[in-house]
Ligand binder design. Structure first.
Ligand SMILES: *Cc1c(COP(=O)(O)O)cnc(C)c1O
Length: 395
């Protein structure tokens, strides 16, 4: 937030504009959370830190929608948390079903294949919802140990209907594991009620912390599988080491103290707002950013329910996404993301609405995108777009 620089042109030329981290992760971290991360180091098994650790565990439970085993917290990125789920749930020769509608299903596939599991994928188009009928058919045809899915597909902006998927998987013996790295804290999660047996997440998305902390939450149904010796090769990520420690309210290894201090403060902020209100805010801001972009000629990429934590949109015909992204960075000090999909590189932009985002941030997005379009020689109806955005913000 302190990294300012002068815009190179446009209406605000010469004025140092604040750095705006508008990626779908890592996301902007509130000052309060940054300050918490810089508290003096304390003993990670001393009483003051354990109190904090236990408070974090307790306050994560309603965000997860979990009431049983306390969540595991460890130093890792999101992909590490995904691997932790895989090596604990899946063993060599185990049968795994993966839902793929973007970039992250194939990551689960790679992790499962590395263990020597037998993998089937239910694939739908990028941006489409996951294929629930396909999952139902697959589970009827074969016995699977586990189904792996992605809550908020941050490559396409699609949200997975975990309630519907959970109901289908619950009719089988399979365990349902979910990557909610870019969902948790911004999109509703009811792990117990929906039958999501393993939820993995990370700190740097809707939980508005710096990157570096992994989270895993397990059900009793998953534990039967996890506790078996024939699962994947595991040591650092062995949930059998995590569970007894988590139940005592202690970190498994040397705790990433600064990161946990940050998460403690972020959870305090979420608590002050209320998790339901935070989730409603994500949906409202997402709808507002979407309306503003549509008024500028963009079209929303996901074809089903969009994830409330980011907007993935196609630029208007003829407007190069990389050029827009570069212009926003160079001219406005605003960072938005493109795509890794080669065939969509020229047209797709991705903007976070997750974590510490306010109404003003969304209005600034639309203002700066309008200006950047004008800089690039396009007509942009900034007034109309701002009005469309404001109407959704106050809805
Ligand atoms: C951001 C993200 C990840 C993250 O992985 P890192 O290892 O933290 O880079 C995983 N899954 C999804 C759906 C994400 O959005």
């Amino acid at each position: 937030m302190t990294d300012s620089r002068a815009a190179s042109s446009g209406a605000t030329a010469g004025v140092a504009l604040p750095y705006r981290l508008r990626l779908p992760g890592p996301t902007a971290v509130p000052e309060r959370v940054l300050k918490a991360a810089s508290r003096p180091m304390v003993a990670h098994r001393g009483p003051e830190f354990l109190d904090r650790f236990q408070a974090i565990q307790r306050r994560l439970q309603p965000i997860l929608g979990r009431s049983g085993v306390p969540p595991f917290l460890f130093a890792s990125t999101g992909i590490g948390a995904m691997e932790s789920a895989m090596v604990n749930v899946v063993g060599p020769g185990a049968r795994v079903l993966i839902t793929t509608n973007g970039q992250w299903g194939p990551v689960f596939r790679r992790l499962a294949e590395a263990i020597g599991a037998e993998v089937d994928e239910v694939v739908s188009d990028r941006g489409a919802p996951i294929d629930l009928d396909g999952v139902r058919r697959a589970l009827n045809d074969k016995r699977y140990d586990a189904v792996f899915t992605v809550h908020s597909e941050s490559s396409t902006g699609a949200l997975t209907d975990l309630k519907a998927l959970g109901a289908i998987v619950a009719e089988s013996e399979a365990v349902l594991a979910c990557d909610s790295v870019s969902g948790l804290g911004g999109a509703e999660m009811r792990a117990d009620e929906w039958g999501v047996d393993v939820v993995v997440s990370a700190s740097q998305k809707a939980l508005m912390c710096p990157p570096g902390l992994g989270i895993a939450s397990i059900s009793e149904k998953a534990w039967d599988l996890i506790n078996r010796d024939d699962r994947g090769p595991r040591s650092y990520f062995d949930y059998r080491r995590f569970r007894p420690m988590a139940e005592k309210g202690e970190p498994t290894y040397t705790a990433p103290v600064a990161m946990l201090n940050a998460l403690d403060e972020a959870l305090t902020m979420i608590g002050e707002e209320g998790i339901e209100a935070a989730i409603a805010r994500h949906a409202r801001l997402n709808a507002a950013l979407t309306a503003g972009l549509e008024a500028l000629g963009f079209s929303v990429f996901p074809t089903g329910t969009p994830s409330p934590t980011l907007v993935v949109a196609k630029t208007p015909e003829g407007l190069s996404a990389p050029a827009l992204i570069e212009r926003l960075s160079d001219g406005y000090n605003a960072m938005i993301a493109g795509t890794r999909f080669e065939d969509l590189k020229d047209r797709l932009v991705r903007i976070g609405t997750m974590g510490y985002v306010t109404d003003g941030e969304i209005l600034t997005d639309i203002h700066q995108i309008s200006q950047a379009m004008t800089d690039l020689g396009r007509n942009a109806d900034e007034g109309g777009a701002m009005a469309a955005t404001a109407a959704k913000l106050s809805a």
